[in-house]
Design a protein around this ligand. Structure first.
Ligand code: UDP
Ligand code: MG
Length: 347
């Protein structure tokens, strides 16, 4: 086994073969997805071969799974030379696992897809057509979501709309990371050093021509969602703080409102005092203290969220740590992947 190595925060091209050496890379982050991998591999292979022949690679990223995901990847990699399996040193989370795959892939066009087959790989053909006509990013936009709870559907719909109204970047609603993008978009994305990555927003930030393809999201093929309530919440905070400083302005407006309230109260108190009726009521006192202190704490919380993120960004730690890159051994030549190494040298 190779010693653990890591990528610097600014992600360089980490494979010996130049980027663009195959027509298509399919990048899949995987966390405890052992039961989906065989079906996923079958459907991805079929659609890739229909679309680009043999010039493709499938980059599977094992994000510190605790089930048989890594063993299943190894088994697939011994049989299929198109597979590149990246084993991360621990669970880094969905967005960083994706970042690792995007840093190491080499295709001219890059498809991002989840491992659970909720998003149909077959949409690739339509996406490729759109890109042939000049689009740089073609993203899947969910018209319906099957097999998900009401809670998930409502919170997801709310999240995308709040984010849309907060951010000056037009981040499309009801859109996950399922998308095809060009190498020039990925190069910009790989140069973005932030730790708290909200990749669908970062891609929107890059610009060029970006188009939507509507689709229906299916239930998971196997297993259950890896986004717990806590993870969903911190993902939402990352997205909002990463793409808007409006919450900071919100605390300013809240403070203005609070000041207006305080002025009105002061006026009231003065009038009461001038009438000689100065016995303050306990209820109003408690109300004033609790309302103003909660507004202050709320504002402090918003500032804390930004300060904490600034602190973590300032450390400039690597975004992810790779334990091993696994490919079929004994590859001779071929368009893609032409003998990638079993480990990466990232210095
Ligand atoms: N995932 C990951 N690391 C994590 C959580 C999730 O790599 O810590 C992967 C997961 O295996 C899947 C994708 O990210 O391929 C999306 O996760 P999931 O399907 O659980 O999210 P949902 O579709 O429920 O929002
Ligand atoms: Mg899913």
């Amino acid at each position: 086994m190779n010693p653990e190595q890591h990528a610097p925060a600014r992600v360089p091209s980490t494979r010996p073969t130049p980027a663009g050496s195959c027509r298509l890379s399919i990048v899949v982050p995987c966390f405890n997805e052992a039961d989906s991998l065989a079906a996923l591999h079958g459907r991805l292979t079929a659609v890739a071969q229909r679309t680009v022949g043999e010039s493709y690679e499938i980059v599977l990223v094992n994000d510190g799974s605790t089930d048989r995901t890594l063993a299943a990847m190894r088994a697939l990699a011994t049989e299929d030379s198109h597979l590149v399996c990246i084993d991360l040193a621990r669970n880094h989370g969905h967005q960083l696992a994706l970042t690792a795959g995007l840093a190491l892939c080499r295709g001219e066009r890059i498809l991002i897809i989840d491992a659970d087959l909720q998003d149909p790989p077959e949409l690739l053909e339509e996406m490729m057509n759109r890109m042939d006509q000049g689009a740089d990013v073609v993203y899947g936009q969910r018209q319906e979501r099957h097999g998900e709870t009401w809670f998930k559907k409502i919170t997801a719909a709310l999240f995308y709309r709040i984010l849309y109204s907060f951010s000056s970047i037009r981040i499309p609603v009801d859109t996950g990371d399922f998308r095809l993008m060009s190498r020039r978009v990925l190069s910009v994305l790989n140069d973005m050093p932030e730790q708290h990555r909200f990749i669908r927003g970062m891609v929107a930030w890059v610009g060029f021509r970006q188009e939507a393809v509507p689709y229906v999201r299916e239930p998971r093929y196997a297993g259950s969602t890896k986004y717990t309530l806590g993870k969903m919440f911190s993902f939402a905070i990352d997205a909002i703080t990463g793409f808007s400083t409006r919450p900071l302005h919100l605390s300013f407006y809240l403070a203005l409102t609070a000041m207006a309230g305080a002025a009105a109260l002061a006026l009231y108190a003065l009038v009461q005092w001038s009438k000689g009726d100065t016995i303050a009521g306990w209820t109003s006192l408690i109300l004033v203290v609790s309302v103003f202190s909660s507004i202050q704490l709320f504002c402090l919380g918003i500032m804390g969220a930004y300060l904490g993120r600034t602190y973590l960004e300032a450390k400039r730690r690597p975004l992810f740590v790779i334990r091993e890159v696994i490919t079929q051994t004994g590859l001779s030549s071929g368009e893609c992947p032409p003998s990638p190494p079993s480990s990466v040298s990232l210095s």
